[in-house]
Design a protein around this ligand. Structure first.
Ligand SMILES: Nc1ncnc2c1ncn2[C@@H]1O[C@H](COP(=O)(O)OP(=O)(O)O)[C@@H](O)[C@H]1O
Ligand SMILES: [Mg+2]
Length: 237
């Protein structure tokens, strides 16, 4: 497996990424120079305790924040040197994001949450390899009959499924999942991971999962462990 990973094309990469929040006494070095390479189709876990920098690293990889220093490359293009609009365009079609806590819009139904993201993706005008609309996406995550429900009426697992469906509207090459099992009981969490992994097999995206849970990380092909903003250990299954 490690040989296959080494020969795959690099999809996303961090080179010497540093992220500093705040200034003066409030200054926090969240990432202290991270190098990371995500090949096409990869399954990588970012493992670390709370505060180790996992969310910050996913935000940097996803182009949601610009690092204080270093570079993030998407297919070899430096994302971090683009302005916000250009970064959004470069991201469109390439990266899906499942936020920590499912982060659904509370006044929209499950179907509307997916449809809204779908309409945004369409206006950004990227090409689709396969047309998956909101109905097909809800079906893919097993929620075809829950489209009318508001987020508050969904269980934690169902909300997470909607968030996954929403992240797939752009048919991403890279799916970033931040603590996808964090607030779920262990059975529900396992079913969510089974689902994401089955979707990866079917749709072929690379998957990066941030987690504090070593059992969740053990499901990935590779693990990079973060502590205090640095990668302290890397392992392959
Ligand atoms: N917006 C922010 N402003 C200031 N500090 C932050 C912010 N986001 C995260 N941090 C700090 O950066 C460090 C890394 O946080 P984070 O990336 O959220 O780690 P994790 O996801 O592993 O819990 C922590 O010390 C956290 O308190
Ligand atoms: Mg986090």
């Amino acid at each position: 497996m490690s040989v296959a990973v080494a020969t795959r094309t690099t999809l996303a990469a961090c080179q010497g990424v540093e992220v500093v929040y705040g200034a003066g006494p409030a200054r926090v070095v969240a990432l202290a120079g991270v190098d990371l390479s995500v090949p096409e189709g990869d399954h990588l876990a970012l493992l670390g305790r709370s505060g180790s920098g996992k969310t910050t690293l996913l935000h940097a990889l996803g182009g949601l924040i610009v690092p204080t220093a270093g570079k993030v490359l998407l297919r070899g293009e430096p994302l971090s040197s683009l302005d916000a609009a250009a970064r959004g365009a470069a991201r469109a079609g390439a990266i899906g994001y499942v936020f920590q806590g499912s982060n659904l819009l509370p006044n929209l139904s499950a179907w509307e949450n997916v449809a809204f993201a779908d309409s945004v993706a369409r206006t950004e005008g990227e090409k689709r390899r396969r047309d998956l609309g909101p109905d097909a996406l809800l079906q893919l995550v097993g929620l075809a009959d829950r489209g009318e429900a508001l987020p508050a009426e969904l269980s934690g697992g169902e909300g997470q499924r909607v968030a996954i469906a929403r992240a797939l509207v752009q048919q991403p090459d890279l799916l970033l999942c931040d603590e996808p099992t964090g607030h779920l009981d262990s059975d529900t969490g396992e079913r969510i991971l089974d689902l994401v992994e089955a979707l990866r097999d079917e749709l072929g995206f690379a998957l990066v999962v941030a987690t504090h849970d070593a059992d969740v990380a053990a499901r990935a092909e590779r693990t990079s462990e973060l502590a205090d903003g640095s990668i302290v250990e890397e392992s392959s299954a």
